[in-house]
Design a protein around this ligand. Sequence first.
Ligand SMILES: CC(C)(COP(=O)(O)OP(=O)(O)OC[C@H]1O[C@@H](n2cnc3c(N)ncnc32)[C@H](O)[C@@H]1OP(=O)(O)O)[C@@H](O)C(=O)NCCC(=O)NCCS
Length: 343
Amino acid sequence: MTKPQIRPATGARYSRIHGVGGYRPVRVIPNAEVLEWIDSSDEWIRTRSGITERRWAGPEESVAEMSVQAAGKAIAQAGISAEQIGGVIVATVSHLKQTPAIATEIAERLGCGTAPAFDISAACAGFGYGLGLADGMIRGGNAEYVLVIGVERLSDLTDQSDRSTAFIFGDGAGAAIVGPSDTPGIGKLIWGSDGSQADVITQTEAWDTAFAKPDAVNGPGGETKWPYLRMDGQPVFRWAVWEMAKVAQQALDAAGVTADQLGAFIPHQANMRITDAMIKALKLPESVPVARDIAETGNTSAASIPLAMERMLETGEAHSGDLALIIGFGAGLVYAAAVVTLP
Ligand SMILES: CC(C)(COP(=O)(O)OP(=O)(O)OC[C@H]1O[C@@H](n2cnc3c(N)ncnc32)[C@H](O)[C@@H]1OP(=O)(O)O)[C@@H](O)C(=O)NCCC(=O)NCCS
């Protein structure tokens, strides 16, 4: 008797981004307001980070609410209905409930039926990780359309008295619909991690030590300390500048694309100086438009690439059908880069 064989799932030959959308919180926090919390100056913040203002979410602008708003725009641009979505991936490090994943609530609110929905934790590389998963799901035949969301309320994890982080982080959501394509729309993902540097961007402590045992940790009547994000800026800066330019080049090489063929460079909006150093290392021609959304948005981790992408398309800096190099990198440390066709 011949052994029964499993019929393999078969998917689309290629995938691409069909639509992108963003949500920016209403409240603008200019540098002047940050100066009420930390000893700094507008000039220092602008020259060291490129940030002039950031958006912080209000009580109504939850992780789910911002995601639903951003996803609605992406779905509309893709011209599909929510029922066609066969997977919802939410990249975030600031959904403060351990379980369930926020993705299921978002899928329900959007009307995605019984689509599989899950969260991933890959910090500022989260959108790229999600894109890679979506590409695999579509080409592997496990979904036709996948919604990838990058969303953060980093203000909830920011210590307003910490000079090294208070000025950097912002809140927001960005979403993309990934679906089948007749031509390649997402190049090989160059992704990876370096756990030896896990402590350079991290929460100060785990939830259990922070909350479950405040007396044991801080003594009877001790104060519960909120586990904020802490960052050792210089090693992060050095790693980003030296290592990430190489990763970006690998993504170009793997896609068979040269820097001068790009219609946009959309790096994670971590710091304007990191972006400038990468441009130099990549020898990016001046003609290639570069995302500089950080100036008004701050560093929104997983949301930063789709938010910057949406803005470049809206302002006409980049155009549908152009090739864009995206690269995300951050806490983990983790990274992900790819060449994509803009929706
Ligand atoms: C955070 C960052 C902007 C700090 O810049 P830096 O040049 O490394 O700053 P340093 O910590 O070395 O401090 C340099 C000086 O600025 C001062 N300084 C630090 N924070 C300051 C602040 N918020 N305002 C004003 N001065 C500040 C320091 O006291 C120090 O002063 P000194 O030279 O008199 O001793 C920078 O390290 C950085 O961008 N790192 C990468 C961060 C990043 O991208 N994170 C996201 C990754 S996802």
